[in-house]
Structures are given as structure tokens and as C-alpha cells.
Design a protein around this ligand. Structure first.
Ligand code: ZN
Length: 281
């Protein structure tokens, strides 16, 4: 297992973690601290302009780890399907222009008014299959991110690593390298099959590792994530399982926290991320 106690090079920051700052300021502050990897959201890039954002990243020597995000493949009608496909292709083209290592997929929940979970699963599988063709031609991988089941209805109906890996195997049996998963401890920690599924996914499918913590109590389903070490997830144990596969990628900090971390100075948040990366992750 890698020793992170002195290693800031393996830390990546998801821009949502420091939502109180615009992208340019975050890039500058990361650069000053020796952080060399950032995952931006689409709205950050839209606000900054793609060309400007790309040059900020390049000038600072910062890797664009991932791109948040594509997905929302489920639809109530044909117009919805077309809109989803078009939006996903646009997002993937943006990710490619930024030189992102991959684009995360939040796959979507039940279509409005629907109770057909099986149908939603099928729409997701077909949507990913269509997008994978574009991912291959653009040479930018797409990563299914299974989310905690509490958001199955409204955000993502793929909720376990097993389901995500089953989709990978079905859609991309030859393991092209352009379809994998993002394993986020916040969404997956509770799963008794987690260790076995991490092993099954292996280096070829595990393309990203996200960290934060699960607070008890959790006061908000979306925006009450904890800083690593403040909750009950055994992050280091899970990282060990991930690295046992040969995973040599980054640990990306992704914290949504409207009552706590988003109220603090962005520099203090980054310093806490670094300290916990080195002592808790
Ligand atoms: Zn994540």
C-alpha cells in the first residue's frame, strides 16, 4: 500500500469541495500548495470559458483528473433520450478538450412518473453503450459512478459496485480501456460485497477513487458529506483493497458540505484536505 504521509502528488481536488471559490482562484491555490490534480465540474468550465480554463490548467501544470459529469441516461420519451445523448456527447467533447483522464457518469434515476426500475436500468445500459462508441473515438474514458441507494430514484439507479461492473462486462466485454468505474467511499462503504467487487473490478475497471466521509448523523442526503476522518468510513482499509488491485491513480477529495466546509475559507479547506490525505486516507 502506498505511503501518503508525505505525498501530495496523489491528491486530487474535486472543485465542488471548494465551491466557494471560482476555478481560477482554486487552481492558483492548489498550485501554491503543491496539489497537481483537479476535477472540475461543467458549470466551472462554462463560467470560465473552456479555452481560458484549459490554459489555466496548463500554465499551472495541473492535471485534469476527471470531468463532472455526464450521465442522466433515463428518459420519459424519445425527445428526452435525444437530449440526453446530445448533452453527453457535448460533455465528453469538453472533457476531451480539457485533456481530462476520464468523465464520471451519474447515470440517472427513474424517469418522471415511472416506477419501472428495470426499465430504467435498461435505458442506462443502452445509453452507456451509445456513449462508449464516442468515448472510444475521442479516446476519453467514461466512468460509471455507483451512488448510494438513497438517491436511486432521483440521481442514479446504479447503486453497487457489482451492478456497475456487471454493466461494464456487458457493454465492454473486451475491456477496451474506455469504460470503467469510479469507486467513491461515500457511496460504497456500507456494501458487504465491497472488498470482493473491488478485487473483481481490478486495475482495468477501477479508474478513479473518491474520498470523503460519512457523518453520523447525516443531516442532508446530498450536501452533508464529511472531511476524511470526521466520520465512520474506514477509508484506509478500502484504499488498501483498491491498491491491492494495482491501482496507481489518485485519491480525489469530493466533499459537498453546505453547513460546514462551504462556509469556511477555501484555503483552510485545502489545507484540511492535505492534512487528512496524509494522515487519514
Ligand atoms: Zn464521487
Amino acid at each position: 500500500m502506498r505511503d501518503l504521509s508525505n505525498d501530495i502528488g496523489l491528491l486530487a481536488i474535486n472543485t465542488a469541495t471548494v465551491k466557494q471559490w471560482p476555478l481560477e482562484k482554486l487552481i492558483e491555490a492548489c498550485y501554491e500548495r503543491g496539489i497537481r490534480a483537479i476535477t472540475p465540474w461543467r458549470h466551472d468550465i462554462e463560467r470560465a470559458g473552456l479555452a481560458a480554463a484549459r490554459s489555466w490548467f496548463n500554465d499551472a501544470g495541473i492535471t485534469v483528473t476527471g470531468y463532472c459529469r455526464g450521465g442522466f441516461f433515463t428518459y420519459a420519451n424519445e425527445a428526452g433520450r435525444v437530449a440526453s445523448d446530445e448533452d453527453n456527447i457535448r460533455a465528453l467533447e469538453e472533457a476531451t478538450e480539457l485533456g481530462a483522464k476520464g468523465m464520471a457518469l451519474v447515470v440517472g434515476g427513474l424517469p418522471e412518473g415511472s416506477k419501472d426500475l428495470g426499465g430504467a436500468h435498461e435505458q442506462v445500459a443502452e445509453g452507456i453503450a451509445r456513449l462508449l462508441e464516442r468515448a472510444k473515438s475521442l479516446k476519453t474514458p467514461i466512468l460509471i459512478e455507483p451512488l448510494h441507494p438513497m438517491v436511486a430514484a432521483n440521481r442514479a439507479c446504479v447503486n453497487t459496485l457489482k451492478h456497475a461492473l456487471d454493466l461494464c462486462d456487458r457493454i465492454d466485454p473486451d475491456v477496451s480501456g474506455y469504460l470503467g468505474v469510479a469507486a467513491d467511499v461515500y457511496h460504497l462503504w456500507w456494501d458487504p460485497e465491497l472488498k470482493a467487487q473491488i478485487k473483481r473490478g481490478g486495475k482495468d475497471r477501477l479508474l478513479a477513487f473518491h474520498v470523503c466521509d460519512w457523518l453520523v448523523p447525516t443531516r442532508d442526503m446530498l450536501n452533508d458529506r464529511g472531511m476524511m476522518g470526521d466520520g465512520i468510513i474506514d477509508i484506509r482499509r478500502i484504499r488498501g483493497w483498491v491498491e491491492d488491485t494495482g491501482y496507481d491513480g489518485l485519491c480525489e477529495v469530493e466533499i459537498f458540505s453546505d453547513a460546514n466546509w462551504w462556509t469556511k475559507d477555501g484555503g483552510d479547506v485545502l489545507d484540511a484536505c492535505i492534512a487528512r490525505h496524509q494522515t487519514v486516507v
